[in-house]
Design a protein around this ligand. Structure first.
Ligand code: MLT
Length: 271
């Protein structure tokens, strides 16, 4: 297992952070909301034996927290551009891009903007559809609330949705880790990402054009982006694989890491 290093790169006059470990075909990890590249520590440990793993902190989160100021909007196209700029910085022409939830929205925006940079795509616990009006309102409501009150209320509000029933009942260390990570998110980063996610378009047309091997995977207990969303995405892609992980919720890589890593390792071997 290779140690991961923490590095930075410039993006539109700002400084963004990422972690890197291992050598081989680049494997780029894009994190969920409102977390950071730290959610991929277990994957960097596992996949650095076979791949050059890069894990980006999107502007507004983790080591890139200060790259977003009050009132900004982090559109998924911006997150995708951050990912592409990281690949440029790392001199990585193509990468397998793996995004979970918001990271998946960004991965789909990346596939739309720079399909030639994709070697493969892993869409975990995410969806290709846009939000409905109620969903958009909820996001803008949260953006407003964190801007006024800070992020103190977020962990309690989000943990029951982010983690599956089995994890909430049986994996207290995951519950406490995720709660701490949410508490570390900044109001500026959270508000900007919520405004950006509210604006994201439907991406099914992009899935239909994909020619690279694609894996859609989801926790069986995911209530935020239920497994049917992964089934719909897999059905829309020509070269697709579908995995539903038992006893995992929305943050499936953190909840059942061995099964998650096993499914991804199989996909990477066979692609
Ligand atoms: C995430 O895990 O990234 C979020 O649940 C995404 C979302 O709010 O749609």
């Amino acid at each position: 297992m290779a140690e991961s290093t923490e590095n930075t790169f410039p993006w539109r006059g700002k400084t963004l952070a990422y972690r890197e470990a291992g050598q081989g075909t680049p494997l780029l990890f894009l994190h969920a909301f409102p977390l950071s590249s730290r959610m991929w520590d277990g994957q960097l440990a596992a996949f650095s034996a076979t791949h050059r793993c890069l894990a980006l902190d999107f502007a507004g989160f983790g080591g890139s927290a200060s790259a977003v100021t009050a009132g900004e909007i982090s559109r998924m196209e911006d997150l995708a551009d951050q990912a592409r700029t990281l690949l440029d910085h790392a001199a990585a022409e193509r990468a397998v891009v793996c995004g979970l939830s918001m990271g998946g929205y960004a991965a789909l925006a990346f596939a739309a903007a720079a399909p030639e940079r994709l070697a493969g795509l892993i869409l975990a616990d995410t969806r290709a559809g846009a939000d409905n009006e109620e969903g958009r309102k909820g996001r803008l409501g949260m953006a407003e609330r964190v801007s006024k009150e800070g992020t103190g209320f977020l962990a309690e509000a989000m943990v029951p949705k982010l983690l599956g029933a089995t994890t909430r009942a049986e994996r207290p260390q995951v519950v406490s880790w995720v709660s701490q990570e949410i508490a570390a998110a900044t109001p500026e980063g959270v508000a900007a990402a919520q405004r950006g996610m509210a604006e994201r378009p439907d991406r099914f047309a992009i899935l239909a054009k994909l020619t690279v091997p694609t894996l859609a995977l989801a926790g069986e207990e995911d209530e935020l982006t239920p497994p049917d969303e992964s089934r719909r995405m897999a059905a829309a892609v020509a070269a697709s694989n579908l995995v539903i992980l038992p006893h995992a919720g929305h943050l499936s890589n953190l909840e059942t890491p061995e099964a998650w890593n096993g499914a991804v390792a199989r996909f990477l071997r066979e692609m």
